[in-house]
Design a binder for this molecule. Structure first.
Ligand code: DGY
Length: 379
């Protein structure tokens, strides 16, 4: 299959790094250039097949930056290792496209890009929540179709979210940021489900509740649900922020959808396969007051049959992290991972990665998923 040419930057540098998509900004290229890397960037917008990436890796390749749409497993890590590769970074915080065992078996460290997507992705979850609650997609289609005949008392009645109960499945960085936005902005009560207690979120909510009480406003409540079922049954909005692995695939299926309130809102900015999309279509058909807001899809870029026809579903094409600041930050972190690993620097692996976005970044790889498995030195 023919693919668009690869753009070469810094052609005479001693190290060779391939990047399977154009990335936003310029700083990432400067980082790789400063690390002595010739950078080959694929300008094809289509998802590259594995064979095309193997071909691009070629016989000598020191490192690679790949995309969440590419399956980095035995074949690709095998090709990279055989070409002398010693560093890989995903251009994503999620890593369900990576076979970490396959990378570790070849002693290839795998970086990702946490920290710069947090608020941006949470903001999209909030946007989808309100778009679904207030039916903005439906209303816009109605207006653009020239059907608006003037203000009416019952035109597009939606759900008021102020003070409602919001369920968070997966209270990591993004889930916590979303919880706080809903709590602080809209006085939502938070119910969360996570393998670990989120003491920080609970403490914040308790302090915020005390503050509200000093102003004579009703306090918010935040507590950890014992089970996903408990959370689903009690929440007016459910937002998914979990990792995708075998324990979370189809976490939201026909039975679990049936536990939710008939007028609940389901938001997914995590990974598509966390929701059984065919079951969701059937549920939304049966329950017109139920709403969903989706950024991710089970078989991306394809949508389940019927999904796009549903008026009670808001859909956007996996753009939750798509702000310029975030996408440029992701590029900086991915380049910093590869540059530092090739230079033999230690691994940072701390939650705060802000130092890498400044002018004097630490001599470390910002985030390496298999640092422990490979026994890499920590910063
Ligand atoms: C990620 O980084 O995992 C996101 O899905 C990209 O938007």
């Amino acid at each position: 299959m023919p693919h668009a040419p690869w753009r070469v930057v810094n052609p005479d540098a001693p190290r060779r790094v391939i990047v399977t998509k154009e990335l936003p900004g310029r700083r990432w290229l400067e980082i790789l250039a400063a690390a002595g890397c010739r950078v080959e960037v694929c300008s094809d917008m289509a998802v590259l097949p594995v064979e095309a990436i193997v071909k691009a890796i070629g016989e000598r390749c020191d490192g690679a930056i790949g995309q969440l749409t590419e399956p980095w497993g035995d074949t690709l890590f095998g090709a990279l290792a055989a070409a002398g590769g010693r560093a890989y970074s995903n251009y994503a915080v999620g890593f369900n496209n990576i076979d970490l065992a396959a990378a570790s078996a070849r002693r290839i460290p795998v970086g990702n890009t946490p920290g710069v997507l947090t608020e941006t992705t949470a903001e999209m979850a909030v946007a989808l929540t309100f778009a679904a609650a207030r039916r903005t997609g439906e209303a816009e289609r109605f207006l653009r179709a020239g059907r608006f005949g003037g203000w009416l008392p019952d035109l597009f009645l939606g759900e008021r979210l102020h003070g409602k109960t919001v369920g968070i499945v997966g209270a990591g960085r993004i889930g916590t940021a979303y919880a706080r936005m809903m709590m602080e902005g809209h006085k939502a009560h938070i119910l969360y489900c996570d393998p670990h207690r989120n003491a920080d979120l609970e403490d914040f909510a308790a302090a915020y509740a005390r503050f509200l009480e000093t102003r004579g406003e009703p306090p918010v409540v935040c507590r950890r649900a014992k089970t996903v079922a408990e959370l689903l049954a009690a929440s007016d909005v459910v937002s998914l922020h979990t990792l995708l692995d075998e324990s979370t695939r189809h976490l939201i299926d026909r039975e679990r959808l049936a536990l939710m309130k008939e007028n609940a809102i389901l938001i997914n900015t995590s990974r598509g396969p966390v929701v059984d999309e065919a079951a969701l279509v059937a549920h939304c058909r049966r329950h017109p007051d139920f709403r969903a807001g989706l950024d991710v899809f089970e078989k991306e870029p394809d949508l389940a049959a019927g999904l796009a026809d549903l008026e009670n579903v808001v859909i956007v094409p996996h753009i939750a992290s798509a702000t310029r600041w975030t996408r440029e930050g992701m590029a900086v972190l991915a380049a910093a991972n590869v540059a530092a690993l090739l230079a033999g620097h230690p691994v940072w692996n701390r939650p705060d990665i802000a130092a890498f976005l400044g002018d004097d970044p630490p001599a470390a790889a910002p985030s390496v998923l298999n640092a422990g498995a490979l026994g890499l030195e920590m910063f």
